[in-house]
Design a protein around this ligand. Sequence first.
Ligand code: SAM
Length: 254
Amino acid sequence: MKHIARKRFGQNFLKDQYIIHQIIDAIDPQPEDLMLEIGPGKAALTEPLLKRLTHLHVVEIDQNLIRLLRSRFNKQLQIYEGDILSFDFNPLLKDKKKLRVVGNLPYNISSPILFHLMRFAGDILDQHFMLQKEVVERMLAHPGSKEFGRLSVMMQARYNMNLLLEVPPESFDPPPKVYSAVVRMVPKPVESIADIDFDALEKLLAQAFSQRRKMLRNTLSSQLEALAAIGIAPTARAEEISLEQWLTLLKHQR
Ligand code: SAM
């Protein structure tokens, strides 16, 4: 059965065996790991993962690909049909083992997926994702750079992250228009982030970065006292404020 790649599902299938091996080695699956793959597609990662795992859970939205997967694999592969953005992780998290999440993500919804997973971070051991390189650069960006924004602060507040490898378009079929990169994300220990109100942080950042070239005295005009109390100049711009400063401001805001 032939499958024609669907653009609306962000389907760019990995074909480069060297890259596939590097990703699997970086994940380093252990037989008894509790692992979920987002968007298995034509099994480029799924198959080598299954060679090392006792069991693998996958979430796939494309019915045609689900049929292909069912015809190829047995019960070792547990397939959930549907949208990862409405996937209920709770049944998987019942057995007290922390979950490992992997995937060559559909780029059109990669940020919503990252934010959706944040809610379950306390039960997740690690995440290995192929993303658009530009998204990974934003996730890892330092204050003062043009890539530094809401995504950087939110992800850096919740995860320790590092770039594992960069992947050129020709490693995929069809090739995407952009470069890609694989990132490892390890949730920070719950104790170290217990006092962060992530919903409030998201709101604060949305306001501050709404016009990123503007000074904070304009975008956060209701927080001038808090800014002064923690020593942030009202003339500073959102992209210059470090993660630590954002978290301090969060505690002091009115
Ligand atoms: N893992 C395969 C590979 O590396 O070749 C496919 C990767 S492809 C970039 C993204 C995969 O995610 C596709 O199989 C696509 O059908 C699936 N997908 C797209 N949107 C999805 C969603 N909302 N929920 C679950 N899977 C989705």
